[in-house]
Design a binder for this molecule. Structure first.
Ligand code: 5GP
Length: 210
């Protein structure tokens, strides 16, 4: 049984370009969440710090970690493997520390299905429109048109997984989006009333997928 002193788990997932990484960092800083550092077989980007942004490992090492059942969840995302080690997460939760995960829908599903004895709140972050997403992706380091097109296609597939999340949040404005997530976490922790309109979200998804 989870007890009041155990930490809670918050998962933030989103299609590429919805602004999730910034939100994870804000939540970690302002709300005292430890960011779960994943393992990945992808190569580091120039601005990334090994063992802080990711544990960068080769395919062979990743396979060993799978075999030794070290992962709480793992998945292939785009062309690479990503996984969350179990023990650092459980140690933190047992100490009463909160943990935030920046993982995709496959990882979120796996953690949800594990039914661990810790409170879990899942958020799916979406862009306000396809046009805004296209603009965000084009302005990123991805100057390559083909990559942007590929990400847009992935978006159409990924967005369908919204239904498995506790909350879907539209990232129109970063401060507002942060504040919505913050209020929902507090409401979940204290069994308070939740300001969340599922019908509005359903309509928004219809617009994004039409
Ligand atoms: P990136 O390579 O851009 O950092 O991440 C690509 C995608 O992989 C993002 O959607 C991110 O949330 C997801 N991801 C990062 N770490 C993990 C992980 O440990 N497990 C899973 N399932 N997805 C992850």
């Amino acid at each position: 049984m989870s007890t009041k002193k155990d930490g809670i788990m918050v998962i933030l997932s989103s299609p590429s370009g919805a602004g999730k990484t910034t939100l994870v960092k804000l939540l970690s800083k302002n709300k005292d969440f430890h960011i779960s550092v994943s393992h990945t077989t992808r190569k580091p980007r120039p601005n990334e710090i090994p063992n802080q942004d990711y544990y960068f490992v080769d395919h062979q090492k990743f396979e060993v970690l799978i075999k030794n059942e070290e992962f709480l969840e793992y998945a292939k995302v785009f062309k690479h493997l990503y996984g969350t080690s179990r023990s650092p997460v459980i140690e933190k939760l047992e100490k009463g520390d909160n943990v935030i995960f920046d993982i995709d829908w496959q990882g979120a599903d796996q953690i949800k299905n594990k039914k661990l004895n810790y409170k879990l709140i899942t958020f799916f972050i979406l862009p306000p429109s396809k046009e805004v997403l296209f603009e965000r992706l084009s302005n990123r380091d991805m100057k390559d048109k083909l990559i942007v097109e590929e990400r847009m296609k992935e978006f159409t597939r990924d967005v369908l997984h919204w239904i498995n999340y506790d909350y879907v949040i539209i990232n129109d404005n970063l401060d507002e989006c942060y504040s919505k997530i913050n209020n929902l976490i507090e409401a979940e922790k204290n069994n308070g009333s939740k300001d969340y309109d599922k019908e509005y979200i359903r309509n928004h998804i219809n617009l994004l997928t039409s």
